[in-house]
Ligand binder design. Structure first.
Ligand SMILES: [Zn+2]
Length: 340
């Protein structure tokens, strides 16, 4: 597959700490058009962020990705997959108040029966208001976008590994923190076994969990999915489905990212709806989950997507920092949906 080269000539927002201000009118009256006016001032432009936090460590997030790849390919049914699932659960156990393992089996598009491990760690398990943070942790068995190696497995550093790496690091940060609401970190299995010609053949773990969550009647007020959140020069657009049911969350997160100076990654532009775990979560559980994903309708996914090049070389700590720090600030400066 040939994709156009990405255009990096986007608006770069100066970090507010430097004292430069960009007055930005985003999210105007329900359309996604972007207008900007630049002024220089000595006052802070922090509007959404009241609590500044800098505990998120991108080196640690990177190391979490490295560890996942150290186990090997996380292909359901393999011993590497099983071993990595045990490490994920143990790591969440160290940091979270409670953990859950949803272990079951399911059938893939080609009739194979595979084990599925959805892994979840909770903070404040009894709190009524809840934030659900999710990512898939399995890796794709075939690099079918790779012209030279279509039958080799995908290492899945970015596709799978990056979201998990960031969320594990956030679980370490949250262990040390006081939070008013509940937070659940959920790693979906079997997201990436599908083939596009077979409907619903992707996202098998999230389909199972959304229909039968770890606790009967489980609800979250806000859901955020991370998918391919570690690539160099990643560009996160407002994904079409997310805009439909998670507008407030999107607007809030993108504003935080801009205030932190990550406007080069979090772009206020829309992209076509895509199929990912969040659509099944919304459909079957009713949780309005948005998707932060490096994808846009013009350029598609990054060039390493579903190729053997999705290894550690595809990971950029600047992107891990942009996403992790934005999420950390979202947690400590949440939307009203998460206020008790
Ligand atoms: Zn994938």
């Amino acid at each position: 597959m040939i994709r156009a080269k990405r255009n990096k000539n986007h608006l770069r927002i100066n970090n507010i700490i430097t004292g430069f201000i960009l007055t930005i009118a985003f999210f105007s009256c329900g359309d996604n058009s972007k207008t900007t006016t630049t002024t220089t001032t000595t006052t802070s432009n922090l509007k959404v962020i009241k609590v500044i936090r800098n505990e998120f460590n991108p080196d640690s997030a990177y190391k979490n990705i490295e560890t996942q790849l150290y186990f090997g390919y996380r292909i359901p049914g393999t011993k590497e997959h099983k071993q990595c699932s045990e490490w994920l659960l143990q790591t969440l156990k160290k940091n979270c108040d409670t953990t859950y393992l949803q272990a079951t089996t399911t059938e893939t598009f080609d009739g194979s029966i595979i084990p599925v491990y959805n892994i979840l760690g909770s903070f404040n398990p009894n709190a009524e208001k809840r934030l659900l943070l999710a990512s898939h942790w399995d890796s794709r068995p075939y690099a079918d976008e790779d012209d030279s190696h279509p039958n080799k497995p995908v290492p899945g550093a970015n596709d799978g590994g990056s979201g998990v790496g960031i969320l594990l690091e956030l679980s370490r940060v949250l262990k040390e923190s006081e939070i008013d609401f509940g937070i659940d970190i959920l790693f979906f299995d079997a997201e990436d076994l599908g083939k596009s010609q077979y409907p619903n053949s992707f996202c098998l773990g999230s389909q199972i969990w959304s229909k039968t969550p770890h606790i009967v009647g489980y609800k979250a007020d806000v859901g955020i999915l991370l998918d391919m959140v570690g690539g160099a020069n990643a560009e996160f657009y407002w994904e079409g489905n997310s805009s439909q049911w998670g507008y407030n969350t999107l607007a809030h997160i993108w504003t935080i990212a801009q205030e932190l100076g990550h406007g080069n990654n979090f772009l206020t532009k829309s992209t076509a709806p895509i199929i990912d775990d969040h659509i099944y979560v919304q459909k079957f559980s009713g949780i309005p989950m948005i998707d932060i994903i490096d994808y846009n309708s013009q350029d598609g996914f990054a060039d390493h997507w579903h190729t053997v090049d999705d290894d550690l070389n595809a990971i950029d700590k600047n992107t891990l920092h942009a996403v992790g720090s934005t999420l950390e600030h979202f947690i400590f400066n949440p939307t009203s949906d998460l206020k008790q």
